[in-house]
Design a protein around this ligand. Structure first.
Ligand SMILES: O=C([O-])CC(=O)C(=O)O
Length: 159
């Protein structure tokens, strides 16, 4: 990504949302951008694993885990599968694990925090539904831009 979220905001603030959630960065890519795919789930990561095992085609998976820090929705195996399948990034309104290994992966990763406790694997949740957190809505096909300042989302590709 060769534009900053601050520059995007200054130029297109009227048509983008800036996410207020204070995420931590875990992957090796500090900056990333791409079209959005979504999962909504609660302490169950089977759908996250399933979606990240499909071709990412440069997309960013936005996972609304309801802000729960009780279980990890992604670890190094699932994140490695995301890299292998061409995903650009994963934004998780929830927790990750295997933090030391995530650091080495060529993937943008944002999450609220970490927890070694694994998630359920039942597949409860929804794929490709609109999700919202931190005052920003993420719809499948919208564009997300993430850097050190935060995350912004727009209905169309801006840069
Ligand atoms: O399997 C899980 O629940 C998550 C995990 O640890 C991994 O992706 O390596």
């Amino acid at each position: 990504m060769n534009v900053t979220t601050a520059d995007l905001f200054d130029e297109y603030g009227y048509e983008l949302a800036s996410c207020e959630t204070q995420f931590r960065s875990y992957g090796a890519r500090a900056r990333f951008a791409g079209p959005v795919a979504t999962v909504r789930c609660h302490e169950d990561n089977a759908l996250v694993k399933k979606v990240l095992a499909t071709p990412g085609e440069g997309r960013v998976l936005v996972v609304d885990g309801g802000g729960s820090l009780r279980t990890a929705l992604m670890g190094d195996l699932i994140a490695g599968s995301a890299v292998a399948n061409g995903w650009t990034g994963v934004v998780i309104n929830g927790a990750v694990r295997d933090v030391a290994a995530l650091r080495d992966l060529d993937l943008g990763i944002r999450a609220l925090g970490s927890n070694p406790r694994k998630s359920a694997k039942e597949g409860v949740g929804e794929v490709d539904v609109p999700v919202a957190f931190g005052g920003a809505g993420f719809r499948p096909g919208s564009w997300v831009y993430a850097d050190e300042d935060g995350i912004v989302v727009a209905d169309r590709r801006l840069a």
